[in-house]
Design a protein around this ligand. Structure first.
Ligand SMILES: *Cc1c(COP(=O)(O)O)cnc(C)c1O
Length: 340
């Protein structure tokens, strides 16, 4: 069976770099949405707790419920149906309309749209939101925003920062007026955190860097992170391919000379997508993926019983013309994750 190995040393290495840059472990909220970017929600959550991380970010209530007892605070980014209450949960408020759907007494982090124009309240809607939330006895525990271009050279990052700084000022004075306690403020994802020299916010939401990657332009002073996940496959069968014979769907690979090929039990059904056929993909040991990837298997010029398909997805993401996030997040939930 195909399997995924989670390298605990590498994960801890990354978490150490991240918490050092953030100033403390307490400031780090580990982003575990979408099955921890394909790494396994439960597995990564329990390792993060063991490391000393106390905050997490997920997409849905179901994800939050699975890891509720591992963290002190869990921010839920996109849930419109909060049918249960826990003091551990903090719900992201993405619009004014959402206020009516929230239960009294729950905890809310208000998301502010500082320029990405995807989710969140406009800065001029904040006062109305705060007043309406307080009327429902909802606790405003955080105010946050998200960067659209923290990984690219350019001024957008600074522009969003300055908009958010204005938001901080007005929320602070509003809280003084209304005599309510100050929420925490946070804006940085992985690339924004490492682009910020003297990080001084209350929290940072770190996803991809935890898993060992950063999509930031190379001009930035990027940390030395280590990929956490590797994908392994087992041999199904081997055969001799004679010179001139073609392999797999469409026969897109033709042997230039007699050769031995083997089939392995990973395919696009597992999330190892069909490669761009015009570009070679080599495994870490140098075996070549021959022809098209099928749903449940692929062929390599190897005889090994077990092969590592990848232990670093940067090269694969370039070949597939995508980002590292997409490669790991696509991996099927049904593949067993083992911590090593
Ligand atoms: C996914 C997500 C993050 C994490 O981003 P990375 O680039 O993986 O660090 C942070 N904040 C929000 C709102 C997100 O949706």
């Amino acid at each position: 069976m195909a399997k995924i190995l989670i390298n605990k040393d590498n994960l801890f290495h990354n978490l150490k770099i991240i918490s050092n840059h953030a100033g403390s472990k307490e400031k780090v909220a580990i982003v575990l949405k979408d099955n921890a970017y394909g790494h396994g929600l439960k597995e990564i959550a329990s390792l993060a707790k063991e490391f000393g991380i106390t905050k997490a970010v997920v997409r849905t209530l179901d994800e939050a419920l699975e890891i509720e007892n591992l963290f002190d605070e869990i921010l839920i980014l996109a849930e419109n149906n909060m049918h249960t209450y826990s003091h551990t949960f903090h719900i992201a408020l993405n619009s004014l309309e959402q206020i009516d759907t929230l239960a009294n007494n729950c905890n809310v982090h208000i998301k502010v749209d500082t320029g990405m124009h995807r989710n969140g309240l406009a800065p001029n809607e904040l006062e109305e939101a705060i007043v309406r939330l307080l009327k429902k006895d909802i606790k405003i525990t955080g105010i946050f925003t998200h960067h659209r271009s923290a990984d690219e050279v350019g001024t957008t990052f600074y522009w969003q920062n300055s908009v958010f700084n204005e938001v901080k000022k007005s929320v602070k004075s509003l809280c003084e007026q209304l005599k309510v306690s100050l929420p925490i403020f946070h804006s940085c994802n992985s690339s924004a955190l490492f682009r910020t020299k003297n990080f001084n916010e209350d929290m940072t939401r770190v996803g991809i860097a935890t898993y060992g990657y950063l999509e930031s332009d190379e001009v930035f002073d990027n940390p030395n992170l280590k990929p956490v996940l590797s994908l392994w496959a087992n041999k199904i069968s081997s055969r001799k391919l004679l010179k001139g014979q073609s392999l797999g769907y469409g026969g897109t690979f033709t042997a230039k000379e007699d050769m031995i090929v083997s089939t392995y039990d990973v395919g696009y059904g597992d999330g190892f997508l069909r490669l761009n056929e015009n570009q070679k993909y080599l495994t870490p040991k140098g075996y070549e993926v021959l022809g098209r990837v099928s749903m449940d298997n692929l062929s390599l010029n190897s005889l090994d019983d077990e092969v590592c398909i990848f232990d670093d997805v940067r090269n694969l993401s370039k070949i597939q013309n995508t980002i590292t996030y997409e490669i790991t997040t696509t991996l099927s939930k049904s593949i067993k994750r083992t911590i090593v």
